[in-house]
Design a protein around this ligand. Structure first.
Ligand code: HEM
Length: 417
């Protein structure tokens, strides 16, 4: 681990470009994070120039569980206002647009938007979705041909969140593949398979035009879908602006789609690598609920979120200056030996209640119960119907420094039960 000295302070450097998508080409470099947690839990990462972007100022990589919680619970120190999802700093015009989205706001502005979604994403609403989620799981699994090899991502993992989102947003089901293409292009800027910058930009135009159309329809004629509730919700006597609504639509699409799909695929990959535990789950599907928590810990779909310090602060023995970027690596917090015994051991009986796969604090994931429901119901249906399914070849990984995910996964289904 390299160090450098500035004004008498020794700054530990990560020595690995944790901002570069190729660092994650073969999966999360867990050994790098273990070394950082041990030797430099808050380490500096340089940002060299990348694909037409100038080099960035660099960022602090936060790798211990306790420090991740400290950052996410103190928005007055570690703010989301400069963007929570992009490591690179945004141009002022792009940043102004991003700040219409709750993910990139701090209290009290954040609280106004969060209040609206919390009213909608209640346990009652999620429980009320059980029947439709079960129906979608049947449909997805019914559509699979026994004894064939399939791409699990396209045929199974992508389908459940798309059906649920189409339902929530009142979007015609036949149009769900548009949602898939848009969110892939938005999150897949670093993955050439999704078409690069032009595809990224056109995805915004197409999605925003669609969101505006859907919004107009719900204003005129509200239904009982979540989008109608959000469009017509009032906070302090005011409705959300068109810009805020477009960003809300985008947030729900990306948050609902890109994460849950990768949890489903990651679950199958992880269980395939631990056949004895997969066999236990098949024999006793009641174990699935707790097993999903361990899958979230062991293979979290979101690798990191970013904050920016607004005041000077101390963190993990380092001095963070106002303006510094601070990146919380959930993939590392979930393997912190100070919190989880033998963290690199996958154990479906562990029940790791305090994993940080859904973040923590101010922006804690609002869709967590919905994601858990979708994954539990779909996996239990899939495993019951195809008890001999196995991964049939290497996955194609999604090229990203943000999503821990896959574009494709070949799976041999085996006979139907
Ligand atoms: C926020 C992860 C599924 C909606 C977050 C955050 C994480 C996360 C880590 C915190 C962001 C931050 O601190 O800046 C996940 C994972 C999911 C998942 C791993 C699936 C396995 C969903 C679903 C929805 C959703 C299904 C809704 C349909 C949201 C929203 C926020 C959020 C609205 C923003 C909350 C805020 O800014 O206050 N999610 N998410 N998520 N998630 Fe999820």
């Amino acid at each position: 681990m390299a160090t450098s000295e500035s004004s008498g302070l020794v700054i530990p450097r990560a020595g690995v470009d944790l901002g570069h998508p190729d660092t994650y080409a073969d999966g999360v470099p867990y050994e790098v994070f273990a070394r950082l947690r041990d030797e430099a839990p808050v380490a500096w990462v340089d940002e060299p120039p990348y694909k037409g972007f100038d080099g960035g100022p660099g960022f602090w990589a936060v790798t211990r569980h306790a420090d991740i919680n400290e950052v996410s619970r103190h928005p007055e120190v570690h703010s989301s206002h400069a963007g929570a999802t992009f490591l690179r700093d945004q141009r002022p015009r792009d940043l102004a647009a991003l700040q219409q989205m709750m993910l990139n706001l701090d209290p009290p502005d954040h609280s106004k938007l969060r209040k609206i979604v919390s009213r909608v994403f209640t346990p009652k609403m999620v429980n009320g979705m059980l029947e439709s989620v079960e129906r979608y799981a049947h449909e997805i699994v019914d559509g699979l041909e026994p004894d064939t090899e399939i791409d699990l991502v396209a045929k199974v993992s992508a389908e459940m969140p798309l059906m649920v989102l189409a339902d929530l947003l009142g979007v015609p089901r036949s149009e769900r593949h548009l949602l898939y293409s848009w969110t892939n292009r938005m999150v897949g800027l670093d993955d050439p398979a999704y078409g690069g910058r032009a595809a990224f930009l056109s995805a915004f135009q197409e999605m925003f035009a669609f969101a505006e159309e859907q919004t107009e329809i719900r204003r005129r004629d509200p239904g009982d879908d979540v989008w109608s509730l959000i469009v017509n919700a009032e906070v302090d006597g005011e409705r959300l602006s068109t810009d805020e609504l477009q960003r809300f639509f985008q947030l729900l699409m990306i948050a609902g789609n890109e994460t849950t799909r990768n949890l489903l695929t990651g679950a199958v990959i992880t269980l395939d690598q631990h056949p004895d535990q997969w066999a236990q789950l098949r024999a006793n599907p009641d174990l699935l609920k707790v097993a999903i928590e361990e899958i979230l810990r062991f293979h979290p779909p979101v690798m990191q979120f970013r904050r920016t310090a607004v005041t000077d602060a101390e963190l993990g023995g380092q001095h963070i200056a106002a303006g510094d970027k601070v990146v919380m690596f959930y993939v590392s917090g979930n393997r912190d030996e100070a919190v989880f015994d033998e963290p690199d051991r996958f154990d479906i009986h562990r029940n790791p209640a305090n994993h940080v796969a859904f973040g923590s604090g101010t922006h804690f994931c609002l869709g967590n119960s919905l994601a858990r429901l979708e994954v539990r119901v779909l996996l239990s249906e899939l495993f019951a119907r195809f008890p001999q399914m196995r991964v049939a070849g290497p996955p194609a990984r999604f090229r990203s420094n943000f999503i821990n995910g896959y574009r494709e996964l070949p799976v041999a289904l085996g006979p139907a039960a």
